[in-house]
Write a protein that binds this ligand. Structure first.
Ligand code: CA
Length: 329
């Protein structure tokens, strides 16, 4: 098992580039799954990057038990320079701080609590500093615990699942057009080009308290070959489903995340572009003798072997008894 370093953030000429995890892998001995994650964020079509993309191992610093769980986050800040990138950074820090290790119990509930803290922190900063007034951020995240993924969302950043050739949007945007679509008032095509498509109905940090129904929580079980993508609107807006499917399929997460951001730029995105990719690979077939056999489920030594050994012993004792009886005559 290899343990990944924590996320790093570097600034280049006002462009915030985050490559949070040097792509790496974690072997899960009890599962038939190997996870690898990567995060890429780029100012892309703008001067400043107000997106944050993060993919870290949870509990990597722990003496034991760390290194098998991941936190993935995409936050897309808003509120103009400098407030937008402040909002996304505060929210991501709050999520990161909420999970020094994976909590026991319901991960959806844990994410809900973490989102409340993120909202409080962004809202408080907006009140305390007049320059930050009204700032907010989207916040899409995933906790990966082995093959189990728990996803939380506020805003219009998204989570997608690629399984086989099928791409599914896991999250539902908190936007005016998504609400209209859900009510059957407009089609998906109309929503894509709607003049009000950028209007968010829910966001982190603009209200003192987060709506009690938020964040939206989604749970899924990853299968070998699956790809999970978290991304900002600057990434998915200029791409279609075929682009996303083709770029995600069969690629290592670092290559896929980089290629998606590059493609969004190539297609002329006018926004920041962020992609966090998690890949579930089937584990290698273990070498003979490295895994406990079937019999270990019932206590170590197979019952049939014990029975055979006892039978052989009994036969030997019988032969010896007969031999001594014959000799004594
Ligand atoms: Ca954006």
């Amino acid at each position: 098992m290899c343990v990944l370093p924590s996320g790093s953030i570097r600034h280049e000429k006002g462009i915030q580039v985050i490559v949070s995890v040097v792509p790496g892998t974690v072997d899960l001995p009890a599962e038939t799954l190997r996870l690898a994650v990567s995060a890429v964020s780029d100012a892309a079509g703008r001067e400043e990057n107000q997106d944050i993309a993060l993919a870290i191992v949870i509990g990597a610093g722990a003496v034991t038990g760390g290194g098998e769980d991941f936190l993935l986050v995409v936050a897309d800040g808003m509120g103009g320079e400098p407030a937008g990138d402040v909002a996304s950074q505060i929210a991501v820090n709050a999520l990161r701080d909420a999970f020094p290790e994976l909590p026991e119990g319901d991960l959806g509930q844990a994410l809900k609590q973490a989102y409340r803290k993120a909202n409080d922190a962004v809202a408080r900063a907006g009140i305390e500093e007049p320059a930050y007034a009204g700032m907010g951020t989207t916040l899409t995240s995933a906790l990966l615990h082995g093959k189990y993924a728990t996803i939380a969302n506020v805003g219009d950043s998204r989570a997608y699942l690629l399984r086989g050739d099928g791409l599914t949007q896991i999250t539902r945007d908190h936007t005016f057009v998504a609400d209209e679509m859900a009510k059957g008032r407009i089609s998906a095509d109309a929503a894509r080009n709607h003049p009000r498509r950028n209007i968010l109905t829910q966001v982190i940090g603009t209200a003192p308290k987060l709506d009690s129904s938020l964040p939206s929580i989604f749970e899924l079980t990853l299968l070998p070959g699956d790809r999970l993508l978290l991304c900002s609107d600057g990434l998915y807006d200029p791409l279609d489903e075929v682009d996303i499917r083709r770029t995600l399929r069969g690629q290592e997460p670092d290559a896929a995340a980089g290629a998606l951001v590059a493609l969004a730029k190539e297609r002329g995105t006018r926004d920041n572009a962020s992609a966090v990719v998690a890949a579930a690979f089937p584990t290698r077939v273990p070498a003979p003798g490295t895994l406990p056999g079937e019999a270990s489920r019932t206590g170590g030594v197979p019952g049939t072997m014990v029975a055979a050994a006892i039978s052989v012993l009994l036969i030997l004792v019988l032969i010896l008894a007969v031999y001594f009886l014959v000799m004594q005559r």
